[in-house]
Design a protein around this ligand. Structure first.
Ligand SMILES: O=C(O)CCC(=O)C(=O)O
Ligand SMILES: [Fe+2]
Length: 317
């Protein structure tokens, strides 16, 4: 029987679906003959970026079935995970970022967003489904516009550019990001990301919190997808032939581990001015508690894209 993207999506969204065919990058047997390991830079002298382990220790794989798709197994330190989770919940949804809550005319005052302690705020944070920064993704028209953009966060830009350099992409400029917030029963149906004017640049996707079953298909819905687990801290890159592939998230599953837990110490960090030092200095104390409550039952995905072509300086309509 031929199965296509829809069949597999519908299969994996079921509670009782068997997960034995899902690629698990933590299990050598599961990935055997399906991936090839990338030796990033054997003589890599790059300094580690705040929140990441040294790139010489990263585990990076290509999928043999899907050229251009790259998987990096969680290269984040526990503090790094906490940092990005806090940024996604505390800062990116605030103005000038946009969220699904704007559409429902819910405005959140600065000091109300945290610490999610009263019931009202708890319910607001639970309504958060997406936030956009940089060029704002327009969910209806799918067209970016010069009239709808805000500054791209410098720290997220630095993270994306760092990964792009380590992977030796010629050029990448982070110009738009969608932050997706998933509950345990959320899904993201199969789609391609084709709104960007530059489709030759890679797309970087960072996952935090609970795990996803991620389906990666081909250029049409007729191609049977590869199913894989994405766990907290994992990074995937969709480039070249995979940049326009169908993909989706049929199910969120409980992450058996919590890699944000084992914080060593915040003091030894190489804090560049780009990173928010308030988060770094508070990441070990109670400040983290409400975020931990959130991330123990939700998943966050940051999806970073380049919108314009290399020499283009604005959207051409
Ligand atoms: O949550 C994910 O892993 C994928 C998100 C995605 O595909 C998107 O935002 O376009
Ligand atoms: Fe996508």
């Amino acid at each position: 029987m031929v199965t296509d993207f829809r069949d597999d999506f519908n299969y994996y969204k079921k509670k009782e679906a068997s997960l034995k065919e899902v690629l698990d990058f933590n299990d050598n047997h599961s990935i055997k003959d399906k991936v090839s390991k990338i030796d990033v830079c054997p003589n890599c002298n790059s300094l580690p970026l705040f929140g990441l382990i040294h790139p010489s220790q990263w585990e990076i794989y290509r999928l043999i079935s899907n050229p251009g798709f790259i998987y990096i197994k969680n290269p984040f330190t526990a503090i790094g995970q906490r940092y990005w989770i806090i940024r996604c919940l505390r800062d990116y949804p605030k103005k000038p970022g946009r969220t699904n809550l704007d559409i429902h005319s819910i405005t959140v005052k600065d000091d109300e967003w945290l610490p999610f302690s009263n019931d009202n705020i708890t319910s607001i944070i639970n309504k958060l489904r997406w936030a956009t920064v940089g060029y704002h993704h327009n969910w209806d028209t799918k067209v970016y516009s010069e009239d709808s953009k805000s500054d791209f966060p410098e720290d997220l830009k630095m993270l994306s550019h760092y990964i792009s350099n380590i992977l030796q992409f010629d050029y990448f400029n982070a110009e738009a990001a969608i932050i997706n917030f998933y509950h345990m029963n959320s899904r993201l149906s199969g789609h391609t990301d084709h709104s960007e004017q530059c489709l030759d640049s890679p797309l970087f996707s960072f996952s935090f919190g609970q795990s996803a079953i991620f389906l990666l298909g081909g250029l049409t819905m007729d191609v049977k997808p590869t199913a894989m687990f994405l766990n907290s801290g994992d990074i995937v890159v969709m480039s070249t032939e995979s940049r326009l592939s169908y993909h989706g998230v049929p199910k969120i599953i409980k992450n058996p581990v919590s890699p944000w837990s084992d914080v060593v110490s915040c003091n030894s960090m190489n804090n560049s001015d780009i990173f928010d030092n308030e988060i770094i200095s508070n990441c070990e104390n109670n400040y983290w508690t409400p975020f931990e409550m959130y991330i123990s039952i939700n998943r966050i995905n940051i999806n970073v894209r380049q919108v314009l072509k290399r020499n283009q300086n604005k959207i051409c309509s």
